[in-house]
Design a protein around this ligand. Structure first.
Ligand code: CA
Length: 141
């Protein structure tokens, strides 16, 4: 390969890299903004109706919620929060315990906050818990 061709390929590669980085960065603000918008503080948990922290959400502190049928998501037709949670953000000081049934019965899903940061679980489906939580507790870690 001639030296000139080689440097042309390097230049094309460089611009392809810049373009890729630009596209990735352009796609980021929406997600980051959404995440920060509903982000819990260290002592809180935010639960979301949809994956990736979208849809209706509830931000709670230390609490025990025995029956999610008691809470309305605010969507049309007044659906309640029972079997609706699809993603969660857990503050660094707390631990989220989700239960499959009301009154803290059935299987449990435990998610602790990160060491010094919020633990974000964008898809509870990965843990087999999409739209399954019927009661939950938020306790100190
Ligand atoms: Ca859901």
């Amino acid at each position: 390969m001639k030296h000139k061709e080689k440097s042309r390929i390097i230049i094309i590669g460089f611009w392809a890299l810049i373009l890729t980085a630009g596209v990735l960065l352009a796609g980021m603000p929406a997600l980051t903004q959404q995440t920060i918008e509903h982000q819990p503080n260290a002592d809180q948990v935010t639960v979301h109706e949809n994956e990736w922290f979208k849809g209706a959400y509830m931000k709670v502190g230390i609490t025990a919620e025995p029956d999610l049928r008691a809470y309305n998501t605010g969507a049309l037709g007044t659906p309640n929060w029972n079997d609706k949670i699809s993603s969660i953000q857990v503050g660094s000081n707390v631990k989220f315990i989700g239960y499959a049934d009301i009154n803290y019965k059935g299987g449990t899903l435990v998610v602790a906050g990160g060491g010094s940061s919020t633990n974000c679980i964008p898809k509870l489906s990965v843990k087999g818990w999409d739209n399954k939580i019927s009661s939950f507790k938020v306790v100190l870690k």
